[in-house]
Ligand binder design. Structure first.
Ligand SMILES: *[C@@H]1O[C@H](CO)[C@@H](O)[C@H](O)[C@H]1NC(C)=O
Length: 211
């Protein structure tokens, strides 16, 4: 009787030890799985936090009309083509909202235009065209003399402001929304020195992007 009483706890102990070993290897697998998952998340976050911002520039811009009334109201017609590029090799971009507006010396000369949402794949380029029109838009009292001054100089600077919201896409994962603001300055040449004809921008535009 006493012998059985002695061996029984030992057997029990070995059994417990076995269970313990099993628990340890299970725990190790669990930990390494969690570690791998964490590493994947960190890698994903790194990819998302260190992407190159979308690149925007003015591909072509023409001013077809810019007329000013005696009461400082402007009519205008601008044709614009933007080049939008995604420089990232591993990230796609969903452009959910995208607006463009035109201004001259801080004064809006055309109503803003919205582009429909679109997706841009890895290292893709897109050309977006828009017609911006202004109808009886109020401008400051010096607008006319500023344009006349630029006419003498032979160059007219038109600013295009783009703002939008986009999401990054990594594999099947899609990020939250980010804002993008781009400001481009284009210089248009006065061909015959008049505003009646078409002004086309010839020189490269300068754009600055803020996320
Ligand atoms: C602007 O357009 C409106 C109608 O579209 C016209 O009545 C007005 O005279 C125009 N103004 C100028 C300065 O051309």
């Amino acid at each position: 009787m006493s012998q059985i009483q002695v061996t029984s706890p030992r057997r029990c102990a070995t059994k417990q030890n076995h269970n313990h070993n099993f628990d340890l290897s299970f725990l190790w697998k669990l930990l390494s799985t969690i570690f791998t998952a964490l590493l994947a998340v960190v890698l994903l976050v790194w990819l998302v936090l260190r992407p190159s911002k979308p690149s925007l520039s003015v591909d072509q811009a023409s001013l077809y009309r810019l007329s000013l009334s005696d009461t400082s109201l402007v009519n205008s017609s601008v044709q614009l083509t933007l080049r939008v590029s995604n420089p990232n090799g591993r990230l796609g971009i969903y452009y959910d909202e995208f607006h463009v507006s035109a201004s001259y010396r801080g004064q809006r000369i055309a109503d803003p235009v919205s582009f429909p949402p679109f997706y841009q794949g890895h290292e893709d380029h897109d050309l977006l065209s828009a017609s911006l029109d202004g109808n009886n838009l109020p401008v400051g009292p010096y607008f006319g003399s500023e344009v006349a001054g630029d006419q003498v100089e032979g160059k007219l600077r038109v600013n295009f402001a783009m703002d939008g919201r986009f999401r990054w896409k990594v594999g099947t994962w899609v990020s939250g929304k980010y804002r993008i603001n781009v400001e481009c300055v284009t210089t248009m040449d006065f061909g015959q020195g008049s505003l009646t004809g078409q002004l086309t921008f010839r020189q490269g535009s300068q754009c600055s992007t803020v996320l």
